[in-house]
Design a protein around this ligand. Structure first.
Ligand SMILES: [Zn+2]
Length: 167
């Protein structure tokens, strides 16, 4: 092989390596809720206590309910479910990412928890959900979600083929 051929081969290898993450490695299909809103909408976290924490302000307590937060401010007194932005406003704050300021009992934010669960392997996922907030979760909603998650996983398995998923 002469120098020019060797150079060409090198370029080809570089090009191949570069495109690898896009084409070579398929992302493992996963039907886990991909954001905070869809996680809360499963109802699994209904009844789990949270608090909005901001520097220089008193923290505001809340409880996850339906697709929002039962607000613990004096006016609402847990009688009203608010979305994250409204809940944040009742805490006297205004940011672009309220979910980064809403904490569970164990000191993790709701945003962190979604990220954590999304990177948990499917074999560990169901156990991880039970303990991830540091508070008991809603078992009835969990069972319903688990069944639909498993059905969705089987469907993905059917589409993508068994060897891709390894469950
Ligand atoms: Zn309120």
């Amino acid at each position: 092989m002469n120098a020019s051929q060797a150079g060409k081969q090198k370029i080809q290898i570089v090009a191949k390596t570069k495109s690898e993450p896009k084409q070579g490695r398929k992302e493992a299909p996963n039907s886990f809720p991909s954001n905070v809103r869809s996680l809360i909408a499963t109802g699994m976290l209904d009844g789990v206590p949270v608090k909005y924490v901001a520097l220089s302000r008193e923290e505001l307590r809340g409880i996850i309910k339906g697709s929002g937060y039962l607000c613990g401010c004096q006016t609402c007194n847990y009688s009203k479910a608010l979305n994250a932005y409204e809940f944040e406003r009742h805490a006297g704050c205004k940011t672009k990412h309220p979910n980064n300021h809403i904490y569970f009992e164990n000191g993790k934010t709701i945003y962190q928890i979604v990220q954590e669960l999304r990177s948990t392997s499917e074999t560990l996922l169901f156990d991880a959900i039970q303990t991830v907030t540091g508070s008991p979760i809603n078992q009835k909603a969990f069972r319903i979600w688990k069944e639909s998650f498993q059905a969705a996983t089987r469907e993905l398995q059917r589409i993508y083929g068994k060897e891709e998923l390894n469950i």
